[in-house]
Design a binder for this molecule. Structure first.
Ligand code: ACO
Length: 331
């Protein structure tokens, strides 16, 4: 367990971007042997967005980043750091963050990617806060962006129903208006990578005709195992908030969970004594967008007025790696 408390960091602006193309459960019925009736009760997902052929992750990230900068009334030139949390980068290198830097510039902000799968945005939030608290940065652009459709096997009904594309961005800055990172915890367990992985295409199993024929460059997941581990870890993360901060879970205005599966979130919240209404959910329209899911939900919650300045909000994530994290913020 790695924790941080009371860092002088606030969210100055938020932005999001979703590709136009919608892939509904009914569309999936024509591709694999599944049904809307199977998918909705088990996942909460009705539709997801799919990037256009010419769009890659950096394109989605740039669109969200521009909106976040506008919302923060900041120019790219004023940024010190650009972090992109993604497990579906444009290339193995250069980093997607460098492509974002070039597109939103001019800026001489440092730029790099961060890979913690579905926990990437929470990890990024804590990294950015550390850079700000240490004095190394005043303004950080943090983007969570994914084009999961490119690594989704649309012949595998157990996984292809879950994932969608999108990007969400936050401009984080040294506190001026009372915002704060009150408490954060990050963790990982790398001992069981096979639970959620893309086996081929890296240096362990470089892309070859064989790996492509065997469909090993697509995401593979052991859904049941992920489900159990996610629920238990999210409960643990929530339990530690009152223990470590003295802040009761009932004082939290909104939980912004990684949108993995509505049943995972419902089960974790209810077993922690929280009503499902506490969670901001948009999984029904966007599916699981990995690192993009929390900033997408956060930007939407702020835009519709459900998340307001001064509110206590809990960011909560669990994902591949395995990785997990919580961040309690005053928005
Ligand atoms: N349509 C119809 N039937 C299906 C489908 C589908 N899309 N998918 C699986 N089935 C069938 C299976 O073939 C199986 O049938 P069988 O018993 O005849 O073989 C049966 O349904 C049960 O299959 P399971 O894979 O055990 O289904 P489960 O109830 O576990 O639900 C799901 C699958 C929805 C993926 C669930 O495990 C889940 O949500 N897991 C966690 C989410 C997850 O893994 N996310 C990955 C990212 S990590 C994260 O975001 C936390």
């Amino acid at each position: 367990m790695r924790t941080a408390q009371h860092l002088p960091v606030e969210v100055a602006g938020l932005g999001s971007y979703l590709p136009e193309r919608i892939l509904s459960n009914h569309d999936l019925e024509a591709i694999v042997d599944t049904s809307d009736e199977w998918i909705v009760p088990r996942t909460g997902i009705r539709e997801r967005r799919i990037a256009a052929d010419e769009q890659a992750t950096s394109d989605l990230a740039v669109a969200a980043a521009r909106r976040a900068l506008q919302d923060a009334a900041l120019t790219a030139k004023e940024l010190d750091v650009i972090l992109v949390a993604t497990c579906t980068p444009d290339h193995l290198f250069p980093a997607t963050a460098c492509l974002v830097q070039a597109a939103i510039g001019p800026t001489d902000a440092m730029a790099c990617d961060l890979e913690a799968a579905c926990s990437g945005f929470v990890y990024g939030f804590v990294y950015a806060s550390g850079l700000i608290a240490s004095g190394m940065a005043d303004n950080v652009l943090l983007v969570g962006a994914e084009t999961l459709s490119r690594v989704t096997d649309y012949t595998d009904r157990r996984s292809c129903i879950l994932f969608g594309d999108g990007a969400g961005a936050a401009v984080l800055r040294r506190t001026r208006n009372g915002g704060e990172l009150l408490y954060a915890e990050l963790g990982a367990d790398g001992s069981r990578p096979e639970i959620l992985e893309i086996p081929a295409g890296g240096t362990r199993l470089p892309a070859s005709h064989q790996t492509v024929d065997e469909r090993r460059h697509y995401m593979q997941l052991q859904g049941r195992e992920v489900f159990k581990l996610a629920v238990n870890k999210l409960i643990e993360l929530m339990q530690r908030i009152p223990e470590q901060t003295g802040i009761g879970l009932d004082e939290i205005k909104m939980v912004l969970p990684h949108q993995s599966n509505v049943r995972i979130i419902k089960s974790a919240l209810e077993r922690s004594g929280l009503e499902m209404e506490k969670a901001y959910m948009n999984i029904d329209t966007v599916g699981n967008t990995s690192a993009a899911s929390i900033p997408l939900a956060m930007a939407e919650a702020a835009a519709c007025g459900k998340l307001q300045r001064g509110d206590l909000a809990l960011l909560l994530a669990f994902g591949g790696g395995l990785t997990w994290g919580s961040a309690l913020i005053r928005y």
